[in-house]
Design a protein around this ligand. Structure first.
Ligand code: ATP
Ligand code: MG
Length: 437
């Protein structure tokens, strides 16, 4: 097939479930249900919606995320604008853009904000299951709050999202937690870490050797299996935390404990960006192979100032939509489908005007109706009705319609059961079509 008829590598169409496809990807009904659930859960915690551009100045990400990070080193789609030479980048994550918007609009002037957005992000990675070049994130940020109260609120809000989506904590997903302390504490740890890795220089891979002096903490984030044992035994940041950092961590933990949320402390959890401090967390699953992190976040009190704004504390997370929906699909969790209540069969074009009038009346009453369009035999129309997933068919036969009636047929439970209903009074039978799923 010609190249213009192929999506760019690593970038995917999200399609209705009825379209057959090779790759494993979530279908659009699952996607919409997820969006609806997110909207409902986040509203219950008072989070407000924000939209920021997909393109930002490259320098925003370089300064915000840190030069020695996977994203800035090798994953960004960046270019010089042909018109004026501006250096621009497709956003690889949402936090930097939101923080830019906060500073630009002096948005925290009237107090702190709880915000969320959902949209495409771009990273030039090797595409594989759960890892794409265009992917989507739900991104949630609480700006202007020092914590630890909102840190715990964010984590518990994600737990509620899991509950509403049918995911069981402990079985399908689990929480890992760590504290990165403050910059001074990280510096002391960093010195110990460099000394440790220097003592084991021969065991370091190329990436690690390069990062030994520029960003040794990143070495702990390695995905190289050959380095796991070395990294496991490295000095732990948590042993370098002072009383204040420990108290902050402790408060988050006590709140989660009181809410009955189990977690493990993972001292190697450092996250991929430089801007984090204090609380960091990841929600992980064991059921997606090496793409096991479905949601990750933490506190980034220094980012606002680092980007040139007035200092303000903040905490947030990003959740990978494709990864999460793949997990839900793979577990086979029940998902409210996009099937209509009724499929309308109209075997005789002469009655279409009356049929359409009835269907409009049903929709007015809240019934979802899929009308057979384009003609065809009764048999062909019934086949479409079956594949639509509708629970009922309404058959507008010419004889019934001339008697002021329509046949209502059950397609699923008690398939074949039939009754005649008055065309003139849809309000008297519409409730039959909307009974429990
Ligand atoms: P990983 O370690 O898997 O590369 P990350 O630390 O780079 O993840 P974050 O930048 O924290 O990921 O992004 C938050 C979430 O976004 C991840 O937990 C994951 O669910 C999702 N995500 C990140 N990169 C991709 C990608 N290339 N394709 C699909 N989802 C992604
Ligand atoms: Mg990554």
């Amino acid at each position: 097939m010609s190249d213009i008829l192929k999506a760019v590598k690593g970038m995917n169409d999200i399609l209705p479930g009825s379209v057959p496809r090779k790759e494993k990807l979530p279908d659009s009904a699952l996607w919409q249900w997820f969006e609806d659930t997110v909207r409902s859960v986040l509203a219950r915690y008072g989070y407000q919606y924000i939209l920021t551009p997909i393109v930002e100045p490259t320098a925003l990400f370089v300064r915000g995320l840190g030069e020695v990070t996977d994203i800035v080193e090798k994953e960004m789609y960046s270019w010089h604008d042909a018109m004026n030479g501006d250096h621009l980048t497709l956003r690889p994550e949402a936090t930097a853009g939101i923080v830019r918007a906060m500073v630009e609009h002096n948005a925290l002037y009237n107090g702190p904000l709880r915000l969320w957005t959902l949209g495409p992000m771009f990273r030039h990675e090797r595409p594989q299951k759960g890892r794409y070049r265009q992917f989507h994130q739900l991104d949630v940020e609480a700006l202007g709050f020092p914590g630890p109260d909102v840190d715990a609120e964010l984590i518990l809000m994600v737990r509620r999202l899991w509950q509403e989506l049918g995911l069981v904590v402990g079985q399908h997903v689990r929480l890992e937690l760590n504290s990165l302390g403050q910059p001074e504490e990280r510096n002391a740890h960093r010195a110990a870490l460099i000394a440790y890795f220097q003592d084991h220089a021969a065991a370091l891979d190329e990436d690690a050797r390069r990062r030994l002096h520029s960003n040794p903490l990143r070495i702990l984030d390695t995905k190289n299996p050959a380095m796991q044992a070395l990294v496991e035994a490295a000095p732990k940041l948590i042993d370098f935390l002072g009383a204040e950092s420990l108290a902050h961590f402790d408060a988050v933990r006590r709140t989660l404990d009181a809410a009955g949320l189990a977690y493990t402390i993972n001292p190697r959890l450092v996250r991929g960006m430089d801007y984090y401090n204090l609380t960091v967390f990841e929600w992980v699953t064991d059921q997606l192979g090496s793409q096991g992190t479905v949601c990750g976040g933490g506190r980034y009190d220094g980012l606002m100032a680092q980007l040139g704004g007035k200092p303000a504390p903040a905490v947030g997370f990003g959740l990978g939509v494709e990864r999460l929906l793949l997990l839900i699909q793979e577990l086979g969790l029940p998902v409210p489908g996009g099937a209509p209540d009724v499929y309308a069969i109209i075997p005789d074009e002469s009655v279409r005007p009356q049929a359409v009038a009835t269907l409009e009346a049903l929709r007015e009453l809240g019934v979802s109706v899929l009308m057979h369009a384009g003609g065809g035999s009764m048999k062909a129309q019934f086949r479409r009705a079956d594949t639509s997933g509708a629970r009922f068919a309404l058959v507008f036969g010419a004889d019934e319609v001339s008697n002021g009636q329509v046949a209502l047929k059950s397609l699923r439970d008690g398939a074949g059961a039939q009754s005649l209903q008055p065309l003139a009074a849809p309000a008297t039978w519409a409730h039959l079509l909307q009974s429990s799923v």
